[in-house]
Design a protein around this ligand. Structure first.
Ligand code: ARG
Length: 477
């Protein structure tokens, strides 16, 4: 159906060909089937590359003029036309037309309408292959930079909450079982670290992709005396790519950005899950205002953490996008294949979802209010200071940790049987386990004392938390 080369050569002139085909239809005598158009057309989604396409074309035209490939009159006409197109897009009047397939040919076709035949000179020493590689790379670079800014805004929101609640005790969990008391500030700062690594992943990805593929042309480079350094510099790239085949075939820059985005989304999903858990009446650790919750149409008492739940779910889209593009790229022979047109939708969708998630999460974090009393009460439950008792036995009585662990286990068993907290077990009971235990032990059995004692670097003691907040404030300042 699509093999036009087998069409009889003596068909009517290309004047009957659809407009889009006029761009490349010199050797074609038949029209593409309607279905061919339907599967081929990408303007519906690649119109998002318009700003990058215009910037790339402008830099290319300036370079062609500077090396003497096109006249200054033609270059001026091209630049003027590109500016007008930019204005039309901004005003919403630019005609995005399916018959011109994609954004590149839509821009060129409009340019021809505006400035006449000089438009045809813009495509000298260029192909849609390096053009789309350039546009998409610039889009992904900007998406990484935007994500970086949004991650940092979220980190600032977390920092503010962490500082305000550096000393608020809460249970720290392993296996979602109460483990040892920590502070709410410390818990939030754990996410500041995770998002900090996400930020550097976006930075690294943006840095690694920062080479311009423009000038690779179709795949082999150009016979014209083009200046690739010039276009690279004009478009903010560190340098031109060094292999023309790689330039048009590579999409690993997008894969890397999607991987970074997916990892970031998993961090968002974990925090979202904690917000959901903390908001249940059973936990009651935090309150979210009406801004990020919804009610139920049947149960009047309900306040549901929908925004958190949606952030928790969005990672599915992100991973789906990463998977999609990986599967598109795997096994593709060098260099460009039309398969690669399928790179854009998943990438756009992924970054749209990430952006919404990051903004919503920053909003929720700024909005949430911890219930310090409830968290403190829960921090003392579940024999959470058992390790503190064992550590006291090691420190004060010089017991080997294993023996201290055993004695503490017996104390927990007795407290459980008596239905009391560890700190409410009578001294006589404790002395029954080792008669050298004194009343001083009770000082380490409160959650406050427990967290205050964990002063090791990176530990949960409020002073350590404040020190980390200060370090991050400086880093992000
Ligand atoms: N719309 C195409 C894409 O997104 C542009 C490149 C087309 N190149 C080609 N040789 N057909 O991949």
């Amino acid at each position: 159906m699509t093999d036009h080369s087998s069409d009889p050569p003596a068909r009517p002139a290309p004047s009957s060909a659809p407009v889009g085909q006029a761009m490349w239809g010199g050797r074609f005598s038949g029209k593409p089937a309607e279905l061919m158009q339907a599967i081929n057309v990408s303007i519906g989604f690649d119109r998002r590359l318009a700003p990058q396409d215009l910037a790339g074309s402008s830099a290319h035209a300036a370079m062609l003029q500077s090396v003497g490939v096109i006249s200054s009159e033609d270059a001026a006409a091209i630049q003027g036309g590109l500016q007008q197109i930019e204005a039309e897009i901004a005003a919403g009047t630019f005609p995005f037309r399916e018959e011109f397939e994609d954004i590149h040919m839509n821009v060129e076709a409009r340019l021809r309408e505006l400035i006449g035949p000089a438009a045809g000179r813009l495509h000298t020493a260029r192909s849609r292959n390096d053009q789309v590689a350039l546009d998409f790379r610039m889009w992904v670079r900007e998406a990484c930079e935007r994500s970086l800014g949004q991650v940092q805004a979220l980190q600032l929101a977390l920092l503010a909450k962490a500082e305000a609640h550096a000393d608020a005790v809460m249970p720290g969990f392993t296996h979602l079982q109460p483990a040892q008391p920590v502070t709410f500030g410390h818990h939030l700062m754990a996410y500041v670290e995770m998002f900090g690594r996400d930020a550097t992943r976006f930075q690294d990805a943006a840095l690694r992709m920062n080479e311009s593929p423009l000038g690779a042309a179709a795949l082999a480079g150009s016979p014209f005396p083009i200046d690739r350094q010039m276009t690279a510099a004009a478009l903010g790239f560190a340098r031109p790519t060094a292999n023309s085949l790689d330039s048009v075939a590579d999409r690993d820059f997008a894969l890397e950005a999607l991987a970074a985005a997916t990892i970031c989304a998993t961090h968002l999903s974990r925090l979202a899950e904690e917000i959901v858990i903390w908001m249940t009446p059973q936990f009651g650790f935090i309150k979210l205002s009406d801004a990020f919750t919804t009610g139920s149409s049947i149960m009047p008492q309900k306040k549901n953490p929908d925004a958190a739940e949606l952030v928790r779910a969005k990672v599915g889209r992100l991973l789906g996008s990463f998977t999609q593009l990986t599967v598109v790229m795997k096994g593709l022979p060098l260099t460009y294949s039309k398969d690669m047109q399928e790179d854009k939708v998943p990438t756009f969708e992924a970054f749209d979802a990430l952006e919404l998630s990051l903004l919503a999460m920053a909003g929720m974090v700024g909005d949430l209010e911890p219930n310090r009393e409830k968290m403190a009460a829960a921090a003392g439950a579940g024999y959470s200071t058992a390790t503190d008792l064992a550590d006291w036995l090691v420190r004060e009585l010089d017991l080997p940790f294993r023996d201290a662990h055993h004695i503490t286990g017996a104390a927990v068993k007795q407290a459980e049987a008596a239905g009391v907290a560890l700190g409410d077990l009578p001294l006589a009971k404790l002395q029954g386990l080792d008669n050298r235990i004194t009343a001083a032990v009770y000082e380490v059995l409160t959650p406050q004392a427990s967290v205050a004692s964990r002063k090791s670097y990176g530990g949960t003691a409020p002073d350590q938390v404040r020190a980390q907040v200060a370090r991050w404030k400086e880093l992000l300042g």
